[in-house]
Design a protein around this ligand. Structure first.
Ligand code: ADP
Ligand code: MG
Length: 914
């Protein structure tokens, strides 16, 4: 909770002065008000309120006003000791670090920090001191305080808060101890302590001190906003005994429906309200100095009253009602219980996130608690969990509730994811812009090229036709000139003939142009002239032809030039093509980046989903519950929270597509591959996804990765995913039929990294637990591979190896009991016994426990007895039957030793009693 004032649901010190002022006016009698007139201004009063506020500031030092959250683990009960004997607790506590580790599966866990971590050995006294005492002290100082217990039914809420402890004084719970502290601190002459005890069931408030008093309204002071339940019985408490009697009476009235989980389980919220009114002692205030020591004067002073209210809430079980298998008006109940619980969760979220709106009015519970949360209240929450791995989902959702109440850092992680999302979106937009621009440019280039081409073609044909025209013109001109000169010659010839006709034999050209010869002088002369004339004509003609030829050359060179310019146009096209190619490769690169980002996004949205899911209801697919799912139930009346959960996974699949994720396993980019395999592994960790992954061929792809990839990270993550998938029988058979054991063995032989080995060992250990696969697993080298991994001395690896061996031995002993197995254990055949004996007393408890179990299983088959004796296993069994910390294992090994004639004989021989 924030310290900043403003919202009346927040902590802040301003309210304390208001409270004291009001108390003053309410409690002052006429005499004292007269007296107060003579008081020196308001200084003393300010002083006294100031000290209250100071007290608050001191009390809240450190993390002011934050809801303090402790987690308490209940010890295994008798049923769990038997049924979960083979399983580890779903949580591991590190109280000295104030940390809790929640197992995700056999090889992974999440760590959470709390203000206090209370183990199964924590005494009630200690729990009171860390959870409740600071709150009770605040209440005695005049503040409001709240102590709440939240958790699945049967995890110890009532044990923590409500135990009366009459038969065993050490068992007294928080309510009883709080009252003891209060009564010890108040003075019954001047102060008063009164109590109401209520039950909130299906949004109805009942009086636990008077069951006939049903449906009590909550009253809100319109001015101050203070909430009270004036209709409730208020009993003044003067001694501890009467308080305990009152609690007993209330408990007897408390509605408790029978459920499968716990016959005392309760679906109602029980609310104890303790009102403490104290007169502030005279020596505390400035009046004393003014009035000296006169006891008489003291009684005339206005009394200063501090009012504190302690609210202790034993909340209804946080589990989903339908799981507990009860009958009757379950749905209505569920709705109502969920309503108050989910409203509480919303308020806690809003407070933790410092949000502007705190939806206090959503339920009766939050309205009742409003007063306690507001102003100067101090709030302590104890979340109770059980150890059983079967309730892992509920436990996870309880832990997440507690984490949110503490304002978790996990929430920050989600924001990062937001950044990735928007980056990917921005890149997508940019890419689309580039694609569009690229397309536009390409079109423009093509148009330009087309235009240049057409233009060049036009020019060429224009010039060609011009050229042809010019040639034709030239030819015609030349022909005409030629004809003209011939005509001229003929005319000349005719003239000459007429001139010489009378005296000489005609000389000239005949019609056909052939020369007429004459032997005369004159004819010789005229012929010579004619030749000269012709020569001249010929010369002229030559010149003309040359000009024409020049013209032709000219045109030709122009054509050549056009051809050249066309060629340069082509080179421009080439240049543009190159640019296009560059663009395309740039685009490809961007797409690659986007693929990486998308896969990161995938990872993040998976993480986010995972977190949301945990917040919603915790891991296991069968146990949906938790606050947010309840909220969503309220929002979507008919939907159950399971739908919400499925919807979010479905959304992920829908958004990205499983096929696409799987196809990324074969991506060229190594980063993308690694991301993809991580995403698949994360998905595979959820039981509900496993079938889909296998159906879509994911298992085969993962096995392929073991075969084909060189990358150790990929090996590690893929093996982890395979290990997760190997948790169900169908998949185990699939893995075996696809040569999985060979691939896992190969990976085990090549791996260096202990984490890779741990995953591989985890996978093989799971396969070891399948009765049908025993022979095949062994013949394909599974046991040898498992034993090979002990070369890595990492405790996590050894624990998985030990688990595998224990699983295998358990299947064998089952088969031996059913008569389907004869002959000695395949584990012994494969040489596992020496390692088993060596590690039977390993200091790491997960290793030791599995091996102890393995030894007990092996010992149950008489055919193993001889080898076990010669291998030194008998000593270990004897030790286990005497010293093992776990009673169930101790009993098991004792029974085994007693029922084996071979062991019995050997023990007689060695004179070992046991
Ligand atoms: P809830 O109120 O959460 O439903 P209970 O307080 O009724 O759970 O506890 C369920 C059972 O577990 C009771 O039998 C109770 O005595 C036992 N139990 C709970 N917490 C502890 C504890 N810390 N140590 C021993 N027994 C416990
Ligand atoms: Mg209870």
């Amino acid at each position: 909770m924030a310290t900043s004032g403003g919202g009346n649901y927040r902590n802040g010190t301003h309210k304390s002065s208001m409270k004291v002022d009001r108390s003053l006016s309410l409690n002052s009698n006429p005499k004292s008000s007269v007296k107060s007139k003579s008081l020196p201004s308001s200084g003393p009063r300010r002083n006294s309120t100031g000290s209250l506020a100071g007290g608050a500031a001191k009390d809240n030092a450190g993390v002011p006003g934050r809801v303090r959250v402790a987690v308490r683990l209940r010890p295994r009960n008798a049923e769990e000791l038997v049924e979960d004997a083979d399983f580890a607790d779903c949580v591991e506590l590190q109280p000295e670090l104030k940390r809790l580790k929640l197992r995700k599966n056999n090889w992974d866990s999440d760590t959470y920090e709390f203000d206090e971590v209370l183990t199964e050995f924590a005494s009630q006294k200690r729990v009171y001191e860390v959870v409740a005492k600071p709150v009770v002290e605040s209440v005695l100082d005049g503040y409001n305080g709240t102590i709440m217990a939240y958790g699945q039914t049967g995890t110890g809420k009532t044990y923590t808060l409500g135990r009366l402890g009459e038969e065993d004084t050490a068992a007294r719970g928080i309510m009883v101890r709080a009252m003891e502290d209060i009564l010890a601190d108040v003075s019954l002459e001047t102060d008063s302590v009164s109590v109401s005890y209520l039950q909130l069931y299906m949004e109805t408030i009942q009086d636990l001190l008077d069951p006939a008093n049903d449906n009590i309204p909550i009253v809100e002071d319109p001015k101050t906003g203070d909430v009270s339940v004036p209709g409730a019985t208020l009993v003044e408490i003067r001694d501890q005994h009467s308080f305990v009697e009152l609690l007993r009476l209330g408990e007897a009235h408390r509605f408790a429906a029978n459920t499968k989980l716990n016959t005392e389980s309760s679906r109602s919220h029980a609310i104890l309200m303790v009102h403490v009114k104290r007169s502030v002692k005279a020596r505390d205030s400035a009046f004393s100095s003014e009035n000296g020591n006169s006891p008489h004067m003291k009684t005339l002073k206005p009394s200063l009253v501090r009012k504190g209210k302690l609210v202790v809430v034993d909340l209804a079980g946080s589990e989903r009602i339908d799981k507990s298998g009860s009958e009757g008006h379950t749905l209505e109940e569920a709705k109502s219980i969920n309503l108050s619980l989910s409203a509480l969760g919303k308020c806690i979220n809003a407070l933790a996130e410092n949000s502007a709106h705190v939806p206090v009015r959503d339920s009766k519970l939050t309205r009742l608690l409003k007063d306690s949360f507001g102003g100067t209240a101090r709030t302590s929450l104890v979340i109770t969990i059980g150890p059983s791995p079967r309730h892992r989902g509920e436990t996870a959702s309880t832990i997440m509730f507690g984490q949110r109440a503490m304002k978790v850092e996990n929430m920050l992680k989600l924001k990062e994811e937001f950044d990735y999302k928007s980056l990917a979106r921005r890149l997508d937009i940019q890419l689309d812009k580039l694609i569009a621009e690229h397309e536009r440019q390409q079109k423009a280039f093509e148009d330009e090229i087309e235009r240049i081409n057409v233009e060049a073609q036009n020019r060429i044909s224009e010039f060609e036709s011009n050229h042809a025209d010019a040639l034709e013109k030239e030819r015609l001109k030349y022909q005409k000139d030629y004809m003209d000169s011939i005509k001229k010659l003929e005319e000349q010839f005719v003239k000459n003939q007429q001139k010489n006709g009378s005296e000489k034999v005609p000389v000239g050209l005949r019609e056909d142009g052939s020369a007429l010869t004459s032997n005369t002088e004159s004819s010789k002369v005229s012929a010579a002239e004619e030749v000269a004339e012709l020569k001249k004509l010929l010369q002229k003609e030559n010149i003309l032809r040359k000009t024409a030829e020049e013209e032709v050359n000219n045109l030709k060179s122009q054509i050549a030039q056009w051809r050249r310019s066309e060629a340069s146009g082509n080179s421009e096209i080439l240049k543009l093509r190159k640019m296009l190619e560059d663009e395309a490769s740039q685009k490809e690169k961007l797409e690659g980046e986007i693929a990486i980002l998308q896969s990161q996004l995938l990872q993040l949205s998976f993480d986010a989903d995972e977190t949301t899911r945990r917040l919603d209801r915790g891991g296991s697919g069968k146990v949906p519950s938790g606050l947010d799912s309840l909220i969503s139930q309220v929002k979507h009346h008919q939907q159950n929270s399971g739908n919400g959960e499925k919807a979010s996974i479905a959304k992920l699949f829908e958004q990205v597509g499983l096929q696409k994720i799987l196809s990324l396993l074969e991506a060229e980019d190594a980063d993308v591959r690694i991301h993809a395999v991580k995403v698949v592994a994360n998905l595979a960790a959820e039981e509900m996804n496993q079938e889909k992954i296998v159906e879509a061929g994911g298992l085969t792809s993962l096995l392929m990765l073991l075969r084909n990839s060189e990358d150790e990270t990929i090996h590690r993550v893929a093996a982890g995913a395979i290990a997760n998938l190997a948790m169900n029988e169908t998949n185990q058979e699939l893995i075996m039929s696809q040569g999985g054991i060979g691939l896992l063995s190969m990976t085990a032989a090549n791996a260096e990294d202990p984490q890779t080995l741990r995953m591989v060992a985890g996978a093989i250990a799971n396969l070891c637990g399948n009765d049908k696969l025993q022979m095949k697993l062994r013949s394909e080298g599974g046991i040898k591979a498992l034993l090979g991994m002990v070369r890595c001395r990492h405790a996590d690896v050894l624990a998985q190896v030990a688990r595998g061996i224990a699983n295998f031995a358990k299947c064998e002993s089952r088969a031996a009991t059913q008569g389907t197995k004869t002959g000695r254990s395949l584990l012994i055949e494969d040489g596992a016994l020496p390692w088993i004996v060596q590690n039977a007393n390993n200091e790491a408890s997960p290793i030791r426990r599995h091996i102890e179990l393995a030894l007990c299983h092996l010992a149950q088959h008489e055919a193993n007895a001889k080898d076990m004796i010669s291998g030194g296993a008998l000593w270990e069994l004897v030790r286990i039957s005497r010293d093992c910390a776990r009673e169930d294992i101790r009993t098991l090994s004792h029974r085994t030793l007693t029922s084996s004639p071979t062991f019995q004989a050997e023990m007689r021989r060695l004179r070992i009693g046991h």
